[in-house]
Design a protein around this ligand. Structure first.
Ligand SMILES: [Zn+2]
Length: 249
């Protein structure tokens, strides 16, 4: 149970970071952090991007666990880059990405981020475009130092498989820190692969982009990452949604 109390304490700190925009965020346990950087790929048609985004990663992760986290963040950056490249469509900016095509088939609910006040979002395609544009903002705010420093906390829950990557749903559109909690026990699981973990990380970023759930089929924040986990394939009854949803928090 102690682990769950620690998680609650970390979540309280994440809320404080969101509200007070603070950088220094000590975990409720003894650990230090290392700053890691990720080169930002530049999709055509998108300017004013930082060269890197940065995270302070908890030194309690093993090197192998750190590598999983790095691969997952690179996976999210690649999906974002790929979507915008396909949408750019050689300059006409009217393309429909594989991610948007797949998501549009399945995401019919909760397409609106918390901060979004404009016209209703008509479908999963429009929601994917809005979400990926918001990722652009998250990347800019992180890379240009406009948002508080992104922290990656380590916490094993009880039961140990009950969470993979957790992030708060933000209410803000700008200066949102890309902070989250990763369960290291899940990173050691033999059933894990990079597609599942990228989907899980993508889901966490969608929370930081203002999307929320219930953790059920048909909601945008669940269907969009599941498309990544399935490699944009259509759903097959042999693998139920619940198999993928276990990696989403
Ligand atoms: Zn979630």
């Amino acid at each position: 149970m102690f682990h769950n109390i620690k998680r609650t304490l970390i979540i309280m700190k994440l809320i404080l970071q969101d509200v007070l925009q603070i950088n220094s965020l000590a975990p409720p346990y003894s650990s230090t952090f290392t700053k890691i950087a990720f080169p930002v790929p530049e999709p055509p048609g998108v300017s004013n991007l930082p060269l890197f985004i940065y995270f302070d990663i908890d030194n309690r992760f093993t090197l192998a666990q750190q590598q999983w986290i790095r691969d997952a963040i690179n996976g999210v950056l690649f999906q974002w880059f790929q979507h915008l490249t396909e949408k750019w469509n050689g300059g006409s900016n009217n393309g429909i990405s594989q991610l948007a095509t797949c998501t549009n088939l399945y995401a019919t609910r909760n397409s609106r981020p918390t901060w979004y006040l404009s016209l209703p979002i008509s479908n999963g395609l429009a929601a994917t475009n809005i979400a990926m544009d918001q990722f652009t903002r998250l990347i800019r705010d992180n890379g240009f130092g406009l948002a508080p420093q992104a922290k990656i906390f380590s916490n094993i829950l009880f039961p140990a498989n009950s969470s993979t990557i957790f992030a708060l749903t933000t209410l803000a559109q700008s200066q949102v820190p890309l902070s989250f909690i990763v369960n290291p026990a899940q990173l050691d699981s033999p059933g894990l692969n990079i597609k599942f973990l990228t989907g899980s990380m993508f889901h966490a970023w969608l929370h930081r982009a203002g999307f929320y759930h219930p953790k059920k089929s048909s909601h945008f924040i669940v269907e969009c990452p599941m498309c990544i986990m399935r490699g944009f394939q259509i759903k097959r009854t042999i693998t139920p949604d619940s198999f993928y949803i276990q990696f989403l928090d």
